[in-house]
Every structure is written in structure tokens, then in C-alpha cells.
Design a protein around this ligand. Sequence first.
Ligand SMILES: Cc1cc2nc3c(=O)[nH]c(=O)nc-3n(C[C@H](O)[C@H](O)[C@H](O)COP(=O)(O)OP(=O)(O)OC[C@H]3O[C@@H](n4cnc5c(N)ncnc54)[C@H](O)[C@@H]3O)c2cc1C
Length: 369
Amino acid sequence: MNIDIAIVGAGPAGLMAAIKSGQAGGKVLVLERANYLGGQLVKQTHKFFGSKSEYAGERGVDIAEMLVKQAQANPNVTTWNNATVLGYYQEDGVLTVKHHNEFITIKAKKIIIATGASEKTLAFPGNDLPGIFGAGAVQTLMNVHGVMPGKRLLIVGAGNIGLIVAYQLLQAGVEVAGIVEAASTIGGYLVHAAKIRRAGIPIYISHTIKKAYGSPTLAGATVCQLDTNWQQIPGTEFDIVADGLCLAVGLTPLAELLWQAGCTMSYIPELGGYVPLRNANQLTTNPSIYIAGDVAGVEEASAAMVEGKLAGLAAAASLGLTHAKLDQEYADAHNQLSALRAGSVSAKIRAGLAKVTLGQQSAPLLEVI
Ligand SMILES: Cc1cc2nc3c(=O)[nH]c(=O)nc-3n(C[C@H](O)[C@H](O)[C@H](O)COP(=O)(O)OP(=O)(O)OC[C@H]3O[C@@H](n4cnc5c(N)ncnc54)[C@H](O)[C@@H]3O)c2cc1C
């Protein structure tokens, strides 16, 4: 197969990169390990915030369908699901892929890594009991496979993911026992928190999980209050009965392929963990490898799509695949990203990006770092 650009991951970032690089005339192959395309979007039944240009007001699952249709409508774009990229070999620049039950190697002129993020977990006694899940697993069970994760769930983490999953659990008929949050404030949007509180669900700020108990499966958890130094306050413990525990304690970029590719990596807490250095067009220090979406820094689907656009345009342009509107599209994408990241809630992301973005925001499209 003659491939100009291989894209790893078919979430919003990878799909948008495929749409843009395919429109520029590149022969594109999208490799997705799941048996469906759309990444996290497929699990998101709520309407998105943001601006109209990134599909605000639409449900995540519907956005996924639109992106997949748009990508697959272009004969330049081939999409494979059940295609897990297992490794990248720097010496000859090939990807090794398990496609269904076949092991193959793929060589592309440029590669866009859009593998998203993995969930963080917490260490506490009993955290290996059956019935304890990450928030992504809860969403996958509920919204992809139609399986209830339990009858009564306790959630740890009051960021947007914890709040949204709590609401989705209620919609699925699961009782939510409460949300435990170690910080002294709710991290997610207050509009989501208000919905949860209106449903009568307690949000325990400045609290943490001390242990989980039950045999052979989870029966509940002991929580306790934290002081201003995040130390447990003795005597404040109480038990919450639950047959499920959902950990929504953050995400970290799924960057293994970038390490294998020899990209220069840096630990940036504001972006969720180790991320590669990049220029303003999403090119890493490996001149064949671009990045887009949560793997470049945990953010939101809206930013992932725009980064996908930039990576797709820049990868195509680096192969000489250009068109009359390219400069305009490139400028529009940069403006979109700046607008998305302008508010106070994005201050952390801006700080993180300032540490890993090399060159100027207005760097020429083909600049190599
Ligand atoms: C509960 C929840 C609510 C959210 N709500 C919003 C919201 O309202 N608005 C918003 O803008 N964002 C929201 N987000 C965030 C948004 O979903 C993510 O930021 C976005 O999906 C990131 O896109 P991505 O393409 O980078 O990664 P993903 O969507 O995670 O896609 C990455 C894809 O790569 C695949 N992959 C990984 N490794 C490999 C490999 N080795 N080989 C092949 N394929 C691989 C994965 O299977 C996955 O399909 C929410 C997230 C969650 C969890």
C-alpha cells in the first residue's frame, strides 16, 4: 500500500488530521485499535461546550459520526479499526501493527500520533477489588456496551469527567452515592456540578478515599476529611456503601510510541505528564512525526480537533501537497486554537504549552525543529 501519512488513533484529533491531510491530496491510512472509530467521543452522550466551529451544542457521539463520515467520504483516506500500533522502529521508520489477527509493518512518509490519553489511578488499600473502575471504563461499559457498572457507585474526582460520568450514571438508572474530591474546590464546570447537586448527590470536597472494603467484591469505601495540607484528619472517617467505585482522577498522555520514536520528551504537569517538544505546527523533534490531541497534552476534544487540522495540513505540506487555501486554513486553525485557549480556565494549558512549544506561534508551515 502506498501511504503518505499514517495516523495512529481515530479520536477527534486523528480523524480531523485525516480529513485535512486527505483533502490536501495525501494518501492517508488511519489505524485505530478499537473496533469502532471516534475515540472518547463515542462514549460522550452529552452536548459539548465551546464554539460552533468545533461542534458545540452537538453530542460527542454525533460529532464522532460526522467526523468518520467526512473522513471516509474522501477516497484518499483509508480507515482500519482493530488495528493496534504496537511499535515504531526508528532505524527504518516503520510501524508494527496488529490488524485483526495479522501482524504487519507499515511504512509511511509521515506519521501523526493521535493516541489520546490513559487514565490515572489512586493507591489505597483494597483498590484492586472487583467493582473499582476508571471513569473511561465506566463510560465504555455503559455507553458503548450497554452494561451497567453497578447498582450504586461512588465517584472519586469532581473534575468535568467525574461530574459528567455521575450524570450519565443517573441517566442509566444507577444510583450515585456521592462524589469525593480531595481539592477544596470543584474542578469541573459549575454548571455540571449544579446538575449533580440538584439531583441530591453530595459532593464531598476536601475529602479522600482511605480504603475500599468488601469480599469477594467491593461493598463500600471509607472516606475521610483532609486538612489544608492534604493530610487526613483522624476521627473524620465514615463509610459509604457502594458496589462500584469510579476513579475520575485525571488522564496522562499515551506517549509510548513517541518515546520509541526518540522524540525529545519533557514532564509537564500542566499537560498531564510526559509530552514531546513540538513546534507550532505539531511537529516533534523527529522530523517524520507530528502529534495532535490529548497525547500532546490533555485538553479537550475541541482543541484536539484543531490540533488535528494543523498536524494534517502541516504533514501534507511537508510532502509538497499543498493547495490554494492552505495558508488561510493554517492561519484559521491557529486563530481557533488561540480563541479556545484564551479564557482563565485554559491558563494551565497555556503555561504548559509555553514550556514545550519551540519557535514562534507564527512559525512558517514547514519549519523543522
Ligand atoms: C467524560 C468525558 C467528558 C468529556 N467532555 C468533553 C466536552 O464536553 N468537550 C470537549 O471538548 N471534550 C470533552 N472531553 C475530552 C475529549 O473527549 C478528549 O479531549 C478527546 O477525545 C481527545 O481526543 P484525542 O483524539 O486526542 O484522543 P481520543 O479521543 O482518546 O482518541 C485516541 C484514539 O487512539 C486510539 N489508540 C491509542 N493507542 C493506539 C495504538 N497504539 N494503536 C491504535 N490506536 C490507538 C484509541 O483507541 C482512541 O480511539 C471529555 C472527556 C471525557 C472522558
